[in-house]
Design a protein around this ligand. Structure first.
Ligand SMILES: O=C(O)C(=O)C[C@]1(C(=O)O)C=C[C@@H](O)C=C1
Length: 380
């Protein structure tokens, strides 16, 4: 059916009336948001005086539940939660701006994970490598650092595991970032594309699409997808495989979204910090340990975990690099280190191995992340 055509004056008049109403409502919304932020600033003062943490996830969950119960429509609960997640991010930012280190440059998947996990609130600082992020968090230059630890297709990020062995930072959270690749170019089409830039991993993950659509182009490897986008922005006869965020940051257009062969590509990121996290009731604990060089040592060390019925969700081994053929292990179990059962098991394990360190207890992350400002509902 054809859309009704604006009928000159009556349409304009009615539209102006409705828009005036919207302006009036917006005025009230702005005033209410600022009124809420004023109260939040007072909460911030109180928290500073009592040395209490700014972020209170359990309170935020209660707020989300409450607004959904109050909601009578027509707004969808997901949209409402999204709006409130941004309001609360502004609230936290006002109370205490956070500094978050991530693996740069801008618009990498690490950047997206950091933005999504912290709901866009804070000062996000790019670092050149994972070691620098650990060092920055350790020396207190940034409160948090976001580092990749495992990809669902490529496996462990061994550099991160090695740094966990050496460093004194705590794991404060985990975040699963869906990895999706877009083809970006200056003109937004495939015409005249002679070269495609990207990191080796996206090339491997988009192989079928490239074969089907750009079988004859040169594939040029870059150190990151952001670097690839930067190069594509300087060459009109090229394209880059990178994130949608990179298109915004480097002034490119999206030729095609989600060109990866498998849609189940996820990277697990760890959020490093210094503060231990209180139990939430649905936690994970990461533990690092070194076993002695005798047959069955690993089995003996892990036996208490099985005996207590604790669910081990991951076990990785890495060379200690201090002695040939000696290894350290990183184990993730369900539960918080303050849970009586976990406490008992860790204390028994400590007596059975050469060295054991708890890397952190933190709330379990949801696969696919949670809705945040970067994953805003597309239609609204
Ligand atoms: O209630 C608090 O503790 C607040 O700091 C306020 C507020 C909010 O904006 O509602 C902000 C940050 C916290 O994570 C939880 C809630």
């Amino acid at each position: 059916m054809d859309k009704p055509q604006p009928d000159g004056d009556p349409f304009e008049k009615e539209l102006a009336g409705l828009r005036e109403k919207i302006d009036g409502i917006d005025t009230r919304i702005v005033a209410l948001i600022n009124e809420r932020l004023d109260v939040s600033a007072s909460v911030g003062d109180l928290k500073r005086r009592y040395d209490s943490k700014v972020l209170d996830r359990s309170r935020e969950s209660l707020i989300m539940d409450r607004i959904c119960r109050l909601n009578q429509g027509p707004v969808d609960n997901t949209v409402l939660q999204y709006i409130f997640s941004v309001i609360m991010a502004a609230s936290r930012e006002l109370q205490k701006p956070l500094t978050i280190a991530y693996l740069g440059p801008e618009a990498t998947h690490s950047h997206l994970a950091a933005l999504n996990h912290f709901r866009h609130s804070g000062r996000f600082a790019p670092y050149r490598n994972i070691a620098e992020i650990f060092a920055e968090v350790e020396r207190g230059g940034c409160q948090y650092g976001v580092v990749p630890v495992e990809n669902s297709i490529e496996g462990a990020v061994t550099h991160t595991l090695d740094l966990l062995f050496e460093s004194d930072v705590t794991i404060t959270a985990e975040y699963y970032q869906t990895i999706s690749h877009d083809l970006l170019s200056l003109w937004g089409n495939l015409d005249e594309v002679e070269v495609v830039y990207s990191h080796p991993q996206p090339f491997a993950q988009c192989r079928s699409w490239l074969q089907r659509n750009l079988p004859d182009v040169v594939l040029e490897e870059c150190s990151s997808t952001a670097q690839a986008a930067l190069k594509a922005a300087a060459n009109p006869k090229s394209a880059a495989i990178a994130s949608t965020k990179a298109a915004q940051v480097y002034g490119l257009r999206v030729v095609e979204s989600k060109i990866e062969d498998s849609s189940r590509n996820e990277t697990r990121f760890l959020v490093l910090g210094k503060e231990e996290q209180a139990p939430t009731g649905d936690d994970k604990t990461s533990v690092m340990f070194v076993t002695s060089h005798i047959p069955g040592a690993l089995f003996t060390t892990l036996e208490p975990v099985a005996d207590a019925g604790l669910n081990m969700v991951k076990l990785e081994s890495r060379p200690t690099k201090r002695e040939n053929w000696s290894y350290f292990f990183i184990m993730d179990i369900e539960g918080h280190k303050d849970d009586a059962r976990v406490k008992r098991v860790l204390s028994t394990m400590k007596g059975l191995c050469l060295y054991l360190k708890v890397l952190g207890s933190y709330a379990k992350g949801a696969h696919g992340g949670y809705r945040s400002a970067d994953e805003s509902p597309r239609e609204v």
